[in-house]
Design a protein around this ligand. Structure first.
Ligand code: HPA
Ligand code: ZN
Length: 326
């Protein structure tokens, strides 16, 4: 259709992608072989078949197991480069990606090994594809705030290459308030902050991310519609929501894509954006999410343009760069 052609043609921005979640089974098997690590699956097909999730935790268990294969700086480079090739093919011109250092440092992989590999690939993506980027260090919320402080200490010599911090992993039972002191420290260091909230967790967690973590975006945030006062707050402050439709369906936040509330978020005047989250696990990249939403949710041309423009507005690009794209 014309709308699908427009979606493919438009320059796009990604604001919610976990680099470890872009680890395609083919590359996972290749790196497992290179590193002499055994995978508990007989084939790429058997691994893909295991991607049948019942909630966030059932996904996270496989996501962390897959990340165990990543050991050398070259592994992190290859992972990131494979993502950038996909992003380039989909006309993504700017990407703000998460990495989870604790997933790797807890296994004895040095912080610098992870960061150097990811950063070198991002720099190559900038020079070879013209894709600009920001890198967001995400804290694992199932771990303690103390562990987060130790990770921030490890990051200190590298803050010139870290553009902001996030909060991800198991949401229920790990509210933003658990990390209020850590995020206050990050704020003092001048680091922009985002947090996953209102994915599986209640609207109260979105309030906490706003009021206690002082975030500049909410990752997911789809459960915000359950709280009218929260919707008002988000609308009045033009707070961006980095919505990930395929993720929400695969993790059973919504039964099927037709039930997703993306259209209602826009109708309520919220700054919704469409993103891919963990595309290797959830069945598609950003453009696939947009194409499927346009079709299944019957998005108008205006709604599609709003979603794509919102991602530029909500990005951490400079005002000058934004005005060049918008
Ligand atoms: N939610 C929380 N943690 C995550 C996600 C997510 O969607 N993806 C990777 N880590
Ligand atoms: Zn996420």
């Amino acid at each position: 259709t014309d709308l699908a052609a427009l979606i493919r043609r438009l320059p796009k921005v990604e604001l919610h992608l976990h680099i470890e979640g872009s680890f395609e089974p083919e590359l996972m098997f290749a790196l497992a072989k290179r590193n002499g690590v055994a995978l508990p699956y007989s084939s790429v097909e058997a691994l893909r078949a295991a991607y049948d999730f019942s909630n966030l935790q059932s996904f996270l268990d496989l996501y962390y197991a897959g990340a165990n294969v990543l050991i050398t700086e070259q592994d992190f480079y290859d992972l990131t480069w494979a993502y950038l090739e996909k992003a380039h093919a989909d006309n993504i011109v700017h990407t703000e990606i998460f990495f989870d250092p604790q997933t790797h440092t807890a296994r004895g992989v040095p912080f610098a090994t992870v960061l150097n590999g990811i950063h070198r690939a991002l720099e190559d993506g900038k020079s070879k594809f013209g894709i600009s980027y920001r890198l967001i260090m995400s804290f694992l919320r199932h771990l303690s705030e103390e562990d987060g402080f130790a990770t921030l200490d490890e990051a200190m010599p590298h803050l010139d290459r870290i553009d902001g911090v996030g909060l991800d992993s198991s949401e229920q039972g790990n509210p933003p308030e658990k990390f209020a002191r850590l995020f206050e420290r990050c704020k003092q260091l001048g680091l922009p902050r985002v947090a996953h909230a209102g994915e599986e967790g209640p609207p109260e967690y979105v309030w906490q991310a706003l009021d206690l973590l002082d975030v500049s975006r909410i990752d997911h945030g789809v459960r915000s519609l359950e709280d009218a006062a929260l919707v008002k707050r988000l609308a009045e402050t033009s707070m961006p929501l980095t919505v990930c439709p395929f993720s929400n369906v695969r993790l059973k936040v919504f039964d099927k894509l037709a039930d997703h509330n993306l259209k209602q978020l826009l109708a309520q005047g919220l700054m919704a954006t469409v993103n891919s989250d963990d595309p290797a696990y959830f069945g598609g990249y950003l453009q696939d999410n947009l194409l499927a939403c346009a079709e299944v949710l019957d998005l108008s041309r205006d709604e599609v343009l709003t979603l794509v423009k919102n991602s530029f507005i909500a990005s951490w690009l400079s005002a000058e760069d934004k005005s060049r794209w918008l």
